[in-house]
Design a protein around this ligand. Structure first.
Ligand SMILES: Cc1cc2nc3c(=O)[nH]c(=O)nc-3n(C[C@H](O)[C@H](O)[C@H](O)COP(=O)(O)OP(=O)(O)OC[C@H]3O[C@@H](n4cnc5c(N)ncnc54)[C@H](O)[C@@H]3O)c2cc1C
Length: 308
């Protein structure tokens, strides 16, 4: 499908229909802006059994929250395109967004496409992921309380995660999973002072039932009991639209650099949710969406309606 030059551009095209993109869409729809959400429906938290810590909706299923958000957005006129955005180009003062359905034009673009987690390379770990294997202590630490908790990772962030998990368990073990430890001596001393055991050998299997892990089996044959596992391996942006647009990114982190209104270093392009610095939570992603929407709406007002 080719761009129809005669049809007016959208006020905003939002790439990603997760908590961040949907909240932004709802606010912009309520400002009576013409908005399109392009989403290929592969949310980061697909494995989660319930969202924790979202005010008023504690433990809601991710798909249920997205369905409610989408219905709220559609009720205020937001349009949806199920598909993938593959390219964004600035053309004078608008943006051409190439999608699986053709090229669409917008005055503002919102990057809300989230990040992807790398799971540890352990056979069948997917069947435990989201139930007793997690990546975020803020989200699932409380649900793992008073169990023996294992942390899989070899970087300083994995060591910090192990120390943080002492909030919920006084029995924490770190699995470097066959990698050299990348933290310094001081960090090592902190782990040892808290009696956190460190296992350097590779994990070759997990034991457990119905998604509830019971033990990690090491390459040596040792069986290490653990009732919950957290991991810290790698997080990356879900696609490279920000880079191709020239937005400043804070590599190697998945963060796109934004100002207080969530505008990127490219004027007219905003980034929200897990893509920007700060906590990676549903509630903060939703808040980002609202902050960006307010700023986008103001940026679209004619000068005759702005004071100061
Ligand atoms: C297992 C798990 C459990 C979690 N548990 C919790 C919890 O209990 N509490 C909590 O607050 N947070 C939790 N989180 C974190 C939370 O899920 C994220 O912070 C939140 O989903 C981020 O929202 P988002 O809108 O930025 O991105 P996402 O929810 O990831 O949505 C991004 C959307 O963009 C789409 N997309 C990507 N690229 C493109 C493209 N090129 N074109 C079109 N669409 C695209 C994706 O398909 C997806 O639908 C959890 C995360 C995981 C992985």
């Amino acid at each position: 499908m080719r761009l129809n030059e005669s049809s007016p551009p959208y006020d905003a095209i939002i790439i990603g229909g997760g908590p961040a993109g949907l909240t932004c869409a709802i606010f912009l729809g309520r400002y009576r802006r013409r908005v399109l959400v392009v989403d290929d429906a592969r949310p980061r938290n697909h494995a989660s059994r319930g969202i924790h810590g979202f005010l008023g909706y504690h433990s809601i299923q991710p798909a249920e929250l997205i369905a409610r958000g989408r219905a709220e957005a559609e009720a205020c006129g937001v349009e949806f395109l199920r598909g993938r955005a593959t390219k964004i180009e600035r053309v004078a003062d608008v943006f051409d967004v190439t999608t699986s359905d053709g090229v669409l034009r917008a005055r503002r673009v919102v990057l809300a496409y989230g990040v992807r987690d790398t799971l540890p390379d352990i056979p069948e770990i997917e069947s435990y992921y989201g139930i007793s294997v997690h990546h975020c202590p803020d989200c699932d630490g409380y649900e793992s309380r008073d169990r023996r908790i294992g942390v899989i990772g070899w970087g300083a962030k994995a060591a910090a995660m192990a120390l943080k998990l002492l909030q919920w368990s006084d029995d924490v073990v770190v699995f470097a999973h066959g990698h050299a430890r990348e933290w310094d001596e001081e960090t090592n001393s902190k782990l040892l002072a808290e009696q956190i055991d460190i296992k350097d050998e590779r994990i070759v299997a997990l034991e457990g039932r119905d998604g509830i892990v019971a033990a990690a089996v090491l390459a040596t044959g040792e069986r290490v009991a653990a009732g919950a596992l957290f991991f810290n391996i790698k997080v990356e942006r879900a696609c490279d639209l920000a880079e191709s647009l020239g937005c400043r990114c804070d590599d190697p982190h998945p963060d796109i650099v934004v100002d207080a209104h969530r505008q990127t270093s490219v004027e007219g392009v905003y980034a929200i949710g897990d893509l920007v610095p700060g906590s990676q939570l549903v509630i903060t992603s939703a808040a980002d969406g609202a902050i960006a929407a307010i700023a986008i709406n103001e940026s679209l007002l004619p000068p005759s309606r702005v004071i100061g």
